[in-house]
Design a binder for this molecule. Structure first.
Ligand code: SAH
Ligand code: SF4
Ligand code: F3S
Length: 441
């Protein structure tokens, strides 16, 4: 039987920040077995795929990547290949992996990372282990995590979702809401402060539900507690509009370390579509929330998500979405064409739109939002901001990239030694997806 000590692991992560964080937990477990990370499959002894099934494209990408690991397994049959995450928590996913990729050693679903160690043990004994399903998050909360993303870290605070938006697969593959005990969260953030981290992003499908299942503390109380830890910047996502309270808006405004930034997915500007989506708020309520946020925090960064081409979405419904975009003037938005997910109510609804029509609407929405983002960026020129430098920019390794308090991407010229530092800048130029700045002071 081979030992894993001193060997290398490779993790390929698809999907949202929650998956990124859970891959860090998987890494923490592998590190505790004496393994080290590598950036390619070629020299890896353990290869893990953390999957996503939010849209069809995400699934196709994951299948492609898993298929590509076949060569590595043929080269060295002792390589252990594992697939886990949301896609594997779907009914029948196990069988599909078995059929398409019989060389895969381990399959498990969500909320099951505490099983990774025993499953690896079994795989080392040559067993194929498949148990794709939704496990019990409780046991995952205290696992070791390997944060390797200085200066900024993800911290999960609530797993699962109870909302059942009619298009969404998440409640089926992640199970019911389970809040992580506040003591673990505070402890983790305090450790990150001690290690020199400058920013945490608190993660949950709906952070506003935090504590409702345990009665521990509300999300607003958690934010106030974390504001005392000395962490310079605290962000969070995602907030569901139906649960965003005045108390929470006040808390964000009042807490020094909590960034003035809210990601508040609206999905559609039409009440008929919102109802069919089971979002449980109206366009008017959403606009009222935006007003409240801007009244308390005139400078707050506001971003959102949209789905276009929902079944039966009429041209008039779509125009209502465009109208809402123009009215709110979001900083940026994530925009998607509706992708039917098997097992969700929306996948069975009548009035499906053609792929061409969905794409036309998506392109039109993206064009409108792009212009607004550009205008917002232009209005920032001349302003002074504090930027947390994260890494070199994608375009050039002589350029640095960071974020301002409102979560906007800021590029600037500067020395690599600035990475991880908070620096004062003046914004000098607007681009479509970011702004360019110069250091001051
Ligand atoms: N929990 C978060 C987001 C979860 S998924 C929330 O409630 O807002 C992220 C985004 O993916 C969603 O906001 C939605 O815009 C999009 N999405 C989810 N299911 C989708 C589907 N079936 N087709 C297209 N987009 C989808
Ligand atoms: Fe999906 Fe809705 Fe839950 Fe978000 S709130 S994860 S969109 S069901
Ligand atoms: Fe995807 Fe699961 Fe996140 S379906 S978006 S990885 S919660």
């Amino acid at each position: 039987m081979i030992t894993l000590e001193g060997k290398k692991y490779y993790i390929h992560t698809f999907g949202c920040q929650m998956n990124v964080r859970e891959s860090e937990t998987a890494a923490g477990i592998l590190q505790s077995l004496g393994m080290q990370a590598t950036q390619t499959m070629e020299d890896a002894h353990v290869i893990l795929f953390n999957t996503c099934c939010i849209r069809d494209l995400a699934e196709r990408k994951a299948w492609g990547a898993i298929g590509a690991s076949r060569t590595r397994k043929q080269e060295d049959p002792q390589t252990i290949i594992g697939v886990f995450g949301c896609m594997m928590a779907q009914e029948g996913a196990n069988q599909e992996v078995k059929k398409r990729f019989p060389f895969v050693d381990i399959v498990f679903g969500t909320n099951s990372l505490h099983e990774l160690k025993p499953l690896l043990e079994q795989a080392r004994r040559g067993m194929r282990v498949r148990k794709g399903q939704v496990g019990d998050a409780q046991e995952e909360f205290a696992l070791p995590v390997f944060h390797n993303s200085k200066p900024s870290a993800f911290v999960n605070i609530i797993h699962g979702c109870n909302n059942f938006c009619s298009y969404c697969i998440v409640p089926y593959v992640r199970g019911r809401e389970k809040s992580r005990p506040m003591t673990y969260i505070v402890q983790e953030v305090e450790e990150l402060v001690a290690q020199g981290y400058q920013e945490v992003t608190l993660l949950g499908q709906n952070v506003n539900s935090y504590g409702k299942d345990t009665g521990d503390a509300s999300f607003a109380e958690l934010l106030r507690r974390l504001d005392q830890t000395g962490m310079p910047r605290i962000r969070f996502m995602t907030s569901h509009p139906k649960d965003l309270t005045e108390e929470l808006i006040d808390t964000i405004a009042d807490c020094k370390s909590v960034c003035k930034q809210i990601h508040l997915p609206v999905q559609s500007g039409s009440n008929a579509v919102l109802k069919a989506m089971n979002r449980k708020y109206t366009r008017e309520h959403y606009l009222h929330l935006i007003e409240r946020i801007r009244y308390r925090m005139p400078e707050c960064g506001i971003t959102t998500d949209f789905i276009v081409g929902f079944p039966s979405e009429t041209e008039a419904d779509f125009q209502q979405t465009l109208d809402l975009v123009r009215q709110v003037r979001f900083d940026t938005a994530f925009m998607f064409a509706f992708s039917p997910r098997k097992g969700t109510p929306a996948a069975r609804m009548e009035g499906a739109l053609s792929a061409e029509e969905k794409q036309r609407r998506l392109a039109e929405l993206i064009a409108v939002q792009r212009e607004i983002t550009m205008d917002v960026h232009k209005s920032l020129v001349g302003r002074e901001e504090m930027v947390l430098i994260e890494h070199t920019s994608r375009r050039s390794d002589k350029q640095l990239t960071g974020k301002d308090e409102r979560g906007r991407t800021v590029n600037l010229n500067g020395d690599l030694s600035l990475i991880g530092q908070m620096v004062p800048v003046r914004i000098v130029r607007a681009n479509a997806n970011s702004v360019f700045a110069e250091r001051i002071g």
